[in-house]
Design a protein around this ligand. Structure first.
Ligand SMILES: *Cc1c(COP(=O)(O)O)cnc(C)c1O
Length: 430
């Protein structure tokens, strides 16, 4: 399948007059339609809620729009909780699915009335000591161990992952939490990441539904919701077929009718915590080719680097690239497309077939709407880019400005050297 950017060269040429490259841009029309499709796919379940995984794209403007479609927020840190609070989410619109949790984050999550999803058995005690009680609504994260397979294919390796409780611990946890006053229970599991198949959620749902029936029968704890968490993937490569959320919703529905309804649990709410599926395809990183280099290989140097998008450097992840204005040109050149970090893994593409790239060309790096900007860092003292929102009416809104040296040096404030840094920044006009 051809991957088509949601902006044209003409649009980018207009945008860069106000906002220079590099920048991430998000397509409001695209992610709004998608959010609606997610809610349609699960409309058969009365209590359904998607808790958008804030870590994927922690921008309050985008969160606000997702909230307008009914989304809540899945948080795993203090600042993610603060962002959710700032845009008006509260109470059970917030899921706090964290691990290795510092006490002050439990305190704040409780203050907001968030649903707390316990990652570990020992957190029962820790939570009770920290906030002085066990909340009436509580969730536990499950890790079945072993390898997670589907159709004889290994999808992921839960036995090797740090998250969740064993099955035995989960049963004990429900009993203890019930004794301590919990009344509404949830189960959560995240068993495979970026699954590009319509079968992952139904398979996971089947396992969790059976577990829920067993838990309710054996512990008497009332299971109120089952959280399928994240892991629904996107087609980063042009030869992959995108997931069909309607088919995924139907697959979960079948399991629900087969397992929960006959057990008298037809009132259980289904929750999801998708990040990638909600946003990845609806964001792009726009960057300009500023250098070309011919040594043992052909290199194109762009003005973005791994600081703006870390996935290729971090996991060797594929991100498709379109050279804007050359959509129909033959892919008759082979390039490494690089950023400027002093790390040889700072490459957006390795030996990629692309059209001939000239200096000044704009490259659209696809599918950066989740785990893109947010994973960025400041290595080499490089600054993070702006984030822009392409509105439905075609206008462009700045939803986060680019970092400046002032932001980068702000944490030296209070030290003697800061006065000198300020003097330098003032004289450089930055
Ligand atoms: C990262 C994460 C998600 C989101 O995962 P995606 O693959 O982006 O859908 C959801 N829940 C938890 C607990 C996570 O850590």
């Amino acid at each position: 399948m051809m991957k088509k950017p949601f902006v044209t060269l003409e649009k980018v040429q207009e945008i860069v007059k106000t906002y220079p490259t590099p920048f991430h841009i998000y397509d409001e029309e695209g992610f709004s339609q998608n959010a609606k499709a997610v809610y349609d796919a699960f409309s058969w379940n009365k209590g359904f809620k998607e808790y958008f995984a804030v870590k994927a794209t922690p921008n309050p403007r985008l969160m606000e729009i997702l909230k307008s479609f009914g989304c809540g927020f899945d948080c795993s840190s203090m600042t993610e909780l603060m962002l959710s609070n700032a845009i008006g989410a509260s109470g059970e619109d917030i899921m706090f699915s964290s691990n290795d949790t510092p006490p002050e984050e439990f305190v704040y999550a409780d203050k907001l009335g968030a649903i707390i999803n316990l990652d570990d058995f020992t957190h029962i005690d820790f939570l009770e000591k920290t906030i002085g009680k066990i909340p009436e609504t509580i969730s536990c994260r499950y890790n079945p161990g072993g390898v997670f397979t589907m159709a004889n294919q290994i999808m992921d390796n839960p036995g090797d992952s740090k998250y969740g409780m064993t099955k035995e611990q989960l049963f004990d946890a429900f009993k203890i939490l019930k004794e301590k006053g919990a009344k509404r229970f949830g189960i959560h599991a995240f068993l495979a990441s970026n699954t590009v198949t319509n079968d992952y959620y139904p398979e996971l749902a089947g396992q969790l539904f059976e577990l829920a029936v067993e838990l309710q029968n054996k512990t008497g704890a009332k299971v109120a919701f089952i959280n399928l968490s994240g892991g629904v993937g996107v087609a980063y490569r042009p030869d992959q077929e995108s997931n069909d959320i309607a088919a995924i919703g139907r697959g979960v529905h079948e399991q629900y009718d087969k397992i929960l309804v006959p057990a008298g649990m037809g009132d259980v709410a289904i929750f999801t915590e998708m990040g990638r599926y909600m946003m990845a395809p609806y964001g792009g990183l726009v960057t300009k080719a500023i250098h070309e280099k011919h040594i043992y290989k052909e290199y194109i140097g762009v003005d973005a680097c791994a600081v703006n998008l870390m996935r290729p450097a971090m996991y060797g992840a594929y991100h498709h690239i379109t050279v804007l204005g050359k959509e129909d040109a033959p892919l008759d050149h082979v390039y490494d497309v690089t950023g400027s970090l002093c790390e040889n893994n700072d490459k957006f593409a390795i030996e990629r077939q692309l059209p001939k790239i000239d200096k000044g060309d704009y490259l659209f790096i696809h599918d950066t709407g989740a785990h893109g900007y947010s994973m960025g860092y400041n290595y080499n003292g490089k600054l993070k880019s702006a984030e822009l929102l392409l509105r439905k009416d075609g206008s462009v809104e700045l939803i986060r400005r680019a970092e400046t040296p002032r932001d980068y040096f702000a944490t030296f404030d209070g030290l003697k050297v800061y006065d000198k840094l300020k003097e330098i920044m003032d004289s450089e006009g930055v």
